[in-house]
Design a protein around this ligand. Structure first.
Ligand SMILES: *Cc1c(COP(=O)(O)O)cnc(C)c1O
Length: 374
């Protein structure tokens, strides 16, 4: 495959020289670079998914339910249980092939030429790409030195930029830091008239890692009844160990969801995807037990890294950002040479490790000690 799109084709000028996004997919024993769940779905889950897909395949000559109402109802039930959300039904839920596609839908509906989408750096590296693809102007605001969001400063920055959409990941990637619920509420209150033409800014809280949050941290889903312009994005890629199925979703007021329905491609969510997602949702209990184990191991990893004198960001996610290294690439390469693939990302001198199995983390610790000589 050529690395670059051919230059004689009428490629959009703003895409010339752009590379497709993606972390290296290497075949090494310890894959700790894209925040996947290290545990494959348990047998009872794969059995149920297989049966559901077999059933769905009987009618694959027909297009799927393009409004996927059964899946949306199941996702509403899941959020009601998981986050103690109230008043959610199928009409409050949207879904697509990964929450990446959900967020692209948000920008197709609310962004576009002459409009601004904003986030606060360092943050998820895909956000500027949705902006580019939807011809929306990207604006990166700033955080505090410890990567937390200074809400008063964020509001000033938002008021100056007048964005149509603000994307805020909580827990944030690559830092792992989460927003307090009170801060989300303050931001929502301040964005009712900060958008284009004095209207609202759509405030999207990207909770891809919500299930890994620490005790006593309510989800922004609990605020949904209060604001017409608030949306919370979630995914089955991380906690549900279903990254390969590509299922992401969003909870929001019905009027906001209805805007997203306009821009989706017809039948974007296949019957196979809908069946697999619904089957996995029936097994939340067993999957949540694995999440609890990963959270404990995350906290242990933070403590261990701090014990080595490293700077480690607070994490409510299934990964940890640590540093700083004068030559982070050397550390990354040294780990890779020992079969441990982590991510060279985030601010200067930092590295990010996803939380894996007990064996993965032992390999990570051993390799890091060898490479740093500590
Ligand atoms: C992993 C991740 C997602 C989810 O991506 P999917 O498309 O659902 O796999 C969304 N936002 C952030 C910040 C992430 O790190």
């Amino acid at each position: 495959m050529p690395e670059r799109c051919a230059t004689r084709l009428p490629l959009r000028a703003d895409l010339v020289g752009e590379q497709p996004y993606g972390a290296p997919q290497l075949d090494v024993p310890h894959l700790l670079n894209v925040n996947e769940n290290p545990y494959p779905p348990p047998a009872e889950v794969t059995e149920d998914i297989t049966a559901a897909v077999r059933e769905a395949s009987r009618t694959l000559n027909r297009y799927p339910d393009r409004d996927f109402l059964d899946l949306r109802a199941d996702l509403a039930d899941y959020l009601t249980t998981e986050s103690a959300a109230t008043g959610l039904s199928a009409a409050n839920i949207w879904a697509a092939n990964g929450s990446n596609e959900v967020m692209l839908h948000l920008l197709l509906a609310f962004g576009g030429p002459g409009r601004v989408v904003m986030s606060f750096a360092p943050t998820y590296s895909m956000y500027p790409e949705y902006a580019r693809d939807s011809l929306t102007t990207w604006k990166a605001g700033t955080r505090r030195a410890d990567f937390s969001v200074d809400v008063a400063s964020a509001i000033e920055q938002i008021r100056a930029a007048r964005p149509a959409v603000v994307l805020l990941a909580s827990p944030n990637n690559p830092t792992g830091t989460a927003l307090d619920l009170a801060d989300v509420r303050t931001l929502a209150q301040a964005t009712t008239d900060s958008g284009p033409d004095g209207g609202a800014t759509v405030l999207v809280i990207d909770e891809a890692y919500a299930e890994f949050r620490r005790e006593g941290r309510p989800s922004a889903v609990t605020l949904l009844g209060e604001f017409a312009h608030l949306a919370v994005a979630r995914t089955m890629s991380k906690a549900f160990a279903l990254a390969g199925a590509r299922v992401g979703y969003l909870a929001a007021p019905t009027a906001l969801v209805d805007c997203l329905r306009v821009v989706r491609l017809p039948y974007h969510l296949s019957a196979i995807t809908q069946a697999a997602a619904r089957a996995a949702l029936r097994h939340q209990a067993v999957l949540q037990a694995q999440v609890a184990e990963l959270r404990t191991r995350r906290d242990e990893t933070v403590t261990w890294l701090r014990g080595r004198g490293l700077e480690v960001a607070e994490s409510d996610a299934n990964f940890v950002l640590f540093g700083t290294f004068a030559d982070r690439h050397r550390i990354w390469q040294g780990l890779l040479d020992r079969g441990v693939l982590i991510r060279e990302t985030g601010p200067q001198g930092h590295l990010r490790v996803s939380i894996g199995t007990r064996e993965d983390m032992a390999a990570f610790r051993g390799a890091l000690q060898e490479v740093t000589g500590q």
